[in-house]
Design a binder for this molecule. Structure first.
Ligand SMILES: C[S@@+](CC[C@H](N)C(=O)[O-])C[C@H]1O[C@@H](n2cnc3c(N)ncnc32)[C@H](O)[C@@H]1O
Length: 331
């Protein structure tokens, strides 16, 4: 329960019985507030928490300072990196492959015909390169496009190292159709504005500290007409009975599989808790719209025969366990 409650800023704890004193977290001393008669120059003030430290966010079910979130998430993915692909198969019973195939097919990456340039795709939180591999395969094999390029970007060097291993000396690597960028999705200053045709993020955005900032960065780097596409778990299934069964599975089995296979229960506990904290499909669609995007299926841009969540602006997968959201940067 304590973990759910917001914490006071790290450096200051007021003692409940004596609000005129405070405990200095640096020197661990009990310090008194100086009487108001002291001149302003000599008056001893308790250290002021900086604003970022005072702001809190979720880390699974814990409430932590925003400044700690990226490093806590980083520790999770550093720990799971080497087992990540195997664990994905075990935890989802292989279904994540079907979702990712569906996600990529729906985006139809690559350009047919004799154009000089292919698409520039940015796969954010790209980790081990699962999405990038599918994008390049689809562009090459379905659209006969050997120019489309994917940048795999991730905040975590260990996850990127797994991605680099995957592409090794593959034809995509040799043809310079894939590269890697270590970056926080909330600060893509390494990427020029209006330079990207397609921005993808699969099972990554729920880990970001400021999803709204990441969405604005996505908007900035996309060309007018460029597409934002996100594949992510949803917090609740609409059918309460199925939701109960699914939650029993995810909270019971996934941390256990993490413990047995990867020797790391806590990271997998975080992964299931972080799903619960992610906004609902409707809330997330509204966040995408607030970042400036047009929402397919709501603005008459790309109704796809009503497949996108029956005109709600997203597509549910496997009874709504996961969903695909898209946004288009206005021309
Ligand atoms: C569950 S993995 C998904 C990997 C890959 N997209 C896939 O579908 O298999 C989540 C990834 O998000 C990355 N990540 C978390 N926070 C991030 C941030 N703020 N910016 C960029 N990547 C982040 C993690 O390092 C991790 O590689």
């Amino acid at each position: 329960m304590a973990a759910l409650l917001p914490r006071l800023p790290k450096r200051i704890r007021l003692t409940p019985s004596s609000p005129t004193h405070w405990i200095c977290r640096t020197c661990q001393q009990r310090r008194a507030f100086t009487p108001s008669s002291t001149s302003p120059q000599t008056q001893q003030q308790p250290p002021r928490p900086n604003q970022d430290e005072a702001r809190t966010t979720h880390f699974g079910y814990e409430t932590i300072s925003e400044t700690l979130k990226a490093s806590r998430v980083g520790a999770v993915f550093s720990s799971v990196a080497s087992n990540y692909d195997t664990m994905n198969d075990l935890m989802s019973l292989g279904i994540h492959r079907i979702w990712k195939d569906n996600f990529v097919r729906g985006l139809n990456p690559g350009i047919q015909g004799e154009r000089k340039e292919g698409q520039r795709i940015l796969d954010i939180a790209g980790g081990t390169g699962d999405i990038a591999q599918r994008m390049l395969d689809h562009a090459t094999l379905v659209n006969d496009d050997k120019r489309t390029h994917v940048t795999i970007s991730d905040i975590n060097p260990e996850m990127l190292a797994e991605g680099r291993k995957r592409f090794g000396n593959s034809p995509y690597k040799l043809a310079k159709r894939v590269d890697f960028l270590e970056a926080n999705a909330e600060d893509l200053s390494a990427i020029e504005s209006a330079s990207i045709d397609l921005y993808t993020v699969a099972f990554g955005i729920r880990n970001f500290t400021h999803k709204d900032i990441a969405l604005r960065e996505a908007f900035r780097v996309l060309k007018p007409g460029g597409v934002f596409a996100c594949l992510e778990f949803t917090p609740q299934l609409s059918n309460p009975v199925l939701n109960g069964i699914y939650k029993r599975w995810s909270f019971g089995a996934i941390p256990l599989i993490g413990q047995v296979v990867a020797g790391d229960r806590d990271s997998y506990q975080y992964l299931v808790e972080s799903i619960e904290r992610f906004p609902s499909q409707g809330e997330f669609r509204d966040m995408i719209r607030e970042a400036g995007f047009l929402i397919p299926g709501r603005n008459g841009i790309d109704e796809e025969g009503g497949r996108m969540g029956m005109g709600k602006g997203w597509e549910d997968l496997s009874l709504g366990i996961a969903a695909i959201h898209k946004g288009v940067k206005p021309v």
